[in-house]
Design a protein around this ligand. Structure first.
Ligand code: CP
Length: 309
């Protein structure tokens, strides 16, 4: 298994064994991520954090990961303050940034942009989300969280709920879960169901998938409920968004029908889909999930820079 120098553009860049290795290394990183142990594993290394689109968790957890491992961070979160404003291309931005750093983490609104950056850069590119395309590090931390919360990934019934059409995290997660022995339920209104090509690819890998529109019908049998936000910014027509906004709402009344040990995950940010009083229930795992981004991203940074095998 050799990660050194590799780009992580899509979860499909990794085999099941490689995914499990990232999760295992992430597990070792937890005490460092919590600040309970010190490390200089990435001492002398620089990560460029290039965020062309808003982010809270991905950017901050990558930056925390780098700093907890003794590395340095350069970059921007407001592309309006860079030479993009003067018309510089993404290719030239990447070619410049790579000469200042050892690894680039980028988020960009355009699908395919991370792949394009990887074609230009000689340092590893880690995709922090490219439009409606891929978000591989979110997928890794989702798998890490499922394994941590449930003890294993296999043999769970995992429901993906909400905007399965535009939500990039659920596309990556559906693919990755197809590598495991799980049952998946895709719960969405007809117009936001999982794209046909994603479903067909998962089924060709042997995935067991059922489809629902009504969460109440399915909730009793679910072990992991992965909730997503309706992605307003990706709807071409605001009227279409207005038809589906607020369609699913997780509240304590609904949770009375759920298994006692069902866990709720959400990549966050949430808007209307989970009521705040759910946060106090034993089901809410989404803030632990957000923390898990730190050890998992530490693992990935250590692996692609070659300081850890
Ligand atoms: N989950 C996630 O990608 O969150 P951010 O958009 O805040 O980075």
């Amino acid at each position: 298994m050799n990660f050194k120098g590799r780009d992580i553009v899509s979860i499909k860049d990794l085999t099941k064994e490689e995914i499990l290795h990232v999760l295992d290394v992430g597990g070792e990183m937890v005490p460092i991520a919590q600040g309970k142990e010190k490390s200089d594993l990435l001492g002398g290394k620089i990560m460029a954090s290039l965020f062309f689109e808003p982010s809270t968790r991905t950017r901050l957890s990558f930056e925390t990961a780098m700093k907890r491992l003794g590395g340095e961070v350069i970059g921007f979160a407001q592309p309006g303050a860079t030479s993009l404003q003067k018309g510089e291309t993404l290719a030239d931005t990447i070619r410049t940034a790579e000469s200042y750093c050892d690894v680039i983490v980028m988020r960009h609104p355009h699908e395919g942009s991370a792949k394009m950056a990887a074609d230009f850069a000689s340092v590893p590119i880690i995709n922090g989300g490219d439009g409606a395309g891929h978000h591989p590090t979110q997928c890794l931390l989702d798998l890490f969280t499922i394994r941590k919360e449930k003890g294993k990934i296999d043999e769970n019934v995992i429901a993906l709920l909400g905007d399965l059409k535009y939500g990039r995290t659920v596309h990556s997660l559906a693919y990755a879960l197809s590598l495991f022995k799980v049952k998946m339920i895709f719960i969405a209104p007809e117009q936001l169901q999982m794209p046909k090509e994603v479903v067909e690819e998962c089924q060709s890998m042997g995935a067991k998938i059922s489809f629902e529109t009504d969460l109440e019908n399915a909730i009793e049998g679910i072990d992991v409920l992965y909730v997503t936000r309706i992605q307003k910014e990706r709807f071409p027509d605001p009227e279409e968004y207005n038809k589906v906004v607020g369609i699913y709402k997780i509240d304590t009344k609904l949770l009375k029908k759920a298994k006692e040990d069902m866990v709720i995950l959400h990549p966050l940010p949430r808007v209307y889909e989970i009521e705040p009083d759910v946060d106090k229930t034993r089901h809410a795992a989404y803030f632990r999930q957000a923390f898990n981004g730190v050890p998992v991203r530490m693992a990935l940074l250590a692996l692609v820079t070659g300081v850890r095998e």
